[in-house]
Design a protein around this ligand. Sequence first.
Ligand SMILES: Nc1ncnc2c1ncn2[C@@H]1O[C@H](COP(=O)(O)OP(=O)(O)OP(=O)(O)O)[C@@H](O)[C@H]1O
Ligand SMILES: Nc1ncnc2c1ncn2[C@@H]1O[C@H](COP(=O)(O)OP(=O)(O)OP(=O)(O)O)[C@@H](O)[C@H]1O
Lengths: 217, 217
Amino acid sequence: KKSYLVIGAGRFGSSVARTLYELGHDVMVIDNNETLIQQISNEVTDAITANAVSETSLKSLGVRDFDAIVLAIGFDIQASIMAAILLLELEAKHIIAKAQTELHGKVLHKIGVHRVVYPERDMGQKIAHSLNAPTIIDLIELSEEYSVVEVTAPENMVGKTIKDLDLRARYGISVIALRRNNGNKTNISPAAEDKVLPGDIIVAVGENKFLKKLEWV
Amino acid sequence: KKSYLVIGAGRFGSSVARTLYELGHDVMVIDNNETLIQQISNEVTDAITANAVSETSLKSLGVRDFDAIVLAIGFDIQASIMAAILLLELEAKHIIAKAQTELHGKVLHKIGVHRVVYPERDMGQKIAHSLNAPTIIDLIELSEEYSVVEVTAPENMVGKTIKDLDLRARYGISVIALRRNNGNKTNISPAAEDKVLPGDIIVAVGENKFLKKLEWV
Ligand SMILES: Nc1ncnc2c1ncn2[C@@H]1O[C@H](COP(=O)(O)OP(=O)(O)OP(=O)(O)O)[C@@H](O)[C@H]1O
Ligand SMILES: Nc1ncnc2c1ncn2[C@@H]1O[C@H](COP(=O)(O)OP(=O)(O)OP(=O)(O)O)[C@@H](O)[C@H]1O
């Protein structure tokens, strides 16, 4: 269970906040618009009316204790940048900020924001690409016959190599990755001689009728 | 080469418009904000200052000739709904509209909009999930070492089976799908005995250093 601060309860910020709360984490939201705070107050842990460019307000929140902070102020670029600077001075561990324009994003990166996102720009590109030619992910997600699944490695697969398992030949299943249990980095596109370790999560794509045989879907 | 109309040159609309234009299609953009139209005019085929809720303006655009129309008006929910109704009356073939709220989206669906998108809400959920536990797609996209690539099958691979090619053993590359050239359905998670056909596009994930060996990235 982690603890997050979301600054700005617009469409993007409120979606991040609600989703994190539904996933079981503690979520505090601040916004200087009281109506929005009231609307979201029963969908998150705490919702407080506050001005994100006020050092006093931010200080009182215990900024450095949050696992990550999502800065979701859009049109007011100056407020977004000022809030980011204040958060970094207050030792915020990890800041994800929404940027209005590429220039806004560059400034945020330069001052030390860890990750910058462009929701409208990215979704715009995604829609354009899906009009042009659906991506493989679109196809798999939209297809009723195939799925991408993540399953804990069954005992009879642990200790075997990808080559031994021969899932493609036996079930037409493609292993895309092994998420390691020991906290190590995910093994993307594992090699033929890589072994499945206890607790690994197998990430694979395949036809539902074959995934069903393995009870993977 | 297709023909698209984008209504609303905000962050989302302008991103759709630019991307479709870069992909080689004809793109017309309308917005009632002249400054935004001037800013985008050399990045799309046509950019016109017009009011999307004016039947006369829309009529003059030849709405039914566009392959799809992207309705990207955000905060003004009434304008978005009115524009959608007018477009459907003018026999728009395919409308994708951005919705401000779930209720706005429901109304758009009810009046006949073909697809409703929620860029900020969806990106908010995506960010929340990637904070909670990064998806395999996040990991691959964020990783500097791996890529998902789509490449036309090289001649020396045509006619060979997935098993013959043995890409995982030789290069640690996972073939996720074969997009067929003959217009047939994409072969997702191809079986070991499936052959690579002339003109197929191979969709694969692998480490960049190995993809580079094949000149696939
Ligand atoms: N100084 C500030 N302190 C606290 N909240 C702020 C401040 N400035 C803006 N906000 C809040 O941030 C939220 C998002 O900002 P805004 O609506 O400008 O951006 P947006 O990019 O259109 O948002 P979205 O696309 O997420 O709906 C708003 O609810 C606004 O009240
Ligand atoms: N009646 C209208 N006719 C033409 N354009 C319009 C009309 N109403 C709004 N627009 C334009 O639509 C664009 C997007 O609308 P708005 O900025 O309200 O939404 P938004 O959801 O915040 O946009 P985005 O998130 O894409 O930046 C604006 O550029 C605005 O000028």
